[in-house]
Write a protein that binds this ligand. Structure first.
Ligand code: PLP
Length: 394
């Protein structure tokens, strides 16, 4: 066993002071999407709303959409006037193709598919489903930046594919629309910069993370900074409690039409040119494998994915745990950026019909795997998780 420090900063990733436009031939985000027709938006949901316009989706039409969803992708779909028909996603996060077939009807005019945490859905089968019915596929890669299904980049099958940057990279905003269908013509994307306040309010948390990460080696400074910067009131942990009513999703997940014509900020655009994509993929994969080694074969912690297929760039390490809300809070209290994933429910969807999606919404906890963490961090997080799970079930 290696020496395990009492404290380690395991918060989300932060920018580095030495971010420079890459001139060394290294990868950057632009290079990953080099040959494609891409448009950068202020948020992924703005891109989803654009996609609806481009595909002429609206009143009287239905979009087949996964039952396991965040809600912030549902809102722009509804905003265009169409309705959504949910299809089943099982407790392993895999979509149910049979259910997808059953839910199709003559009003269905698009299929929406989401790859969770970088792990591919059976895109070839869904593509075939869409082609046979001559309806478009929208591929949601908000959780799957830089991920591949074997050799094929996720996002290359959809007529239109959607990406989100801040989930994977330390940037203040940004989503992306990738158009693969050559018949879709973009005449004019009337785009303005994002409202300054919406970007600037996301900058202090990035700086805070940078300061904490840099001070983490100091036994004296780090606890003081941690106290000052992270000390916050305990969040209410409704997530793990027996629920009587479904908790709503955060109000800012509902679509705000004022963002319709907003593109990505200049700051994000600049930062996107500075990342070394190959290193990000490799570190995330390595960290995921460390978790598999530390957390497999435990009784009370069940990894959602037991292995890491070639090409997958994982967003997090997702696990099913009991008392999820309390466990998450305890981990957050020691600055581990675990998240009770998608705990809130979009109002107005028939959740009772989808118990498996509700199971994931109520029990899935995600652990960070990002590029600034090392094996030591992963071991530290794993140990804390095991302690918290035991304390919460005692
Ligand atoms: C699967 C999925 N799609 C789309 C979105 C929307 O992303 P954004 O917040 O950039 O609009 C999210 C946000 O959490 C998401 O989880």
């Amino acid at each position: 066993m290696v020496f395990m420090p009492k404290q380690l900063y395991c918060g989300p990733s932060s920018p580095s002071i030495c971010h420079r436009r890459r001139t060394d031939g290294g990868d950057s985000v632009g290079a990953w999407f080099e040959k494609e027709q891409v448009f950068y938006a202020h948020k992924a949901r703005v891109g989803i709303r654009w996609a609806c316009d481009l595909l002429k989706l609206g009143e009287g039409q239905k979009i087949l959409t996964p039952a396991y969803n965040c809600g912030s992708e549902i809102s722009p779909l509804l905003n265009c006037g169409a309705s959504v028909t949910l299809y089943r996603v099982d407790k392993e996060g895999q979509l149910d193709l049979e259910d997808l077939h059953k839910r199709y009807c003559s009003q269905t005019k698009a299929v929406y598919v989401t790859h969770y945490f970088g792990f591919p859905q059976p895109t070839a089968s869904i593509r075939q489903f869409c082609d046979e019915r001559q309806i478009p596929l929208i591929e949601d890669c908000a959780l799957s930046l830089f991920s591949c299904d074997g050799e094929a980049k996720l996002g290359s099958s959809g007529d239109i594919s959607i990406f989100n940057f801040p989930k994977t990279l330390p940037v203040p905003d940004g989503g992306m629309v990738l158009i693969n269908n050559p018949d879709l013509h973009v005449d004019s994307w009337k785009m303005r910069g994002p409202p300054i306040v919406r970007v600037s309010r996301n900058v202090p948390p990035l700086i805070k993370r940078y300061v904490l990460r840099m001070s983490a080696g100091s036994n004296l400074l780090y606890p003081i900074l941690l106290y000052i910067l992270e000390h916050k009131q305990s969040a209410s942990s409704s997530n793990g409690a027996a629920r009587t009513a479904l908790p709503d999703m955060p109000s800012n997940y509902y679509y705000d039409e004022r963002l319709n014509d907003r593109k990505v900020s200049r700051l994000t655009e600049r930062l996107l040119g500075t990342f070394d994509v190959a290193t990000i993929i490799s570190r995330r994969r390595t960290n995921f494998i460390h978790y598999l080694n530390f957390l497999s074969d435990l009784q009370d912690v069940e990894p959602l994915y037991e292995e890491l297929p070639d090409g997958v760039c994982p967003l997090y390490f997702p696990v099913i745990v009991g008392n999820r809300g309390k466990v998450c809070q305890k981990l957050n209290d020691v600055s581990i950026s675990a998240v009770a994933w998608w705990a809130g429910y979009h109002r107005g969807l028939p959740w009772d019909e989808y118990p498996d999606a509700c199971f994931l919404k109520d029990n899935l906890l995600v652990l960070p795997v990002h590029q600034q963490l090392s094996e030591l961090h992963i071991e530290f997080i794993s140990r804390k998780l095991i302690d918290c799970v035991r304390e919460c079930s005692a």
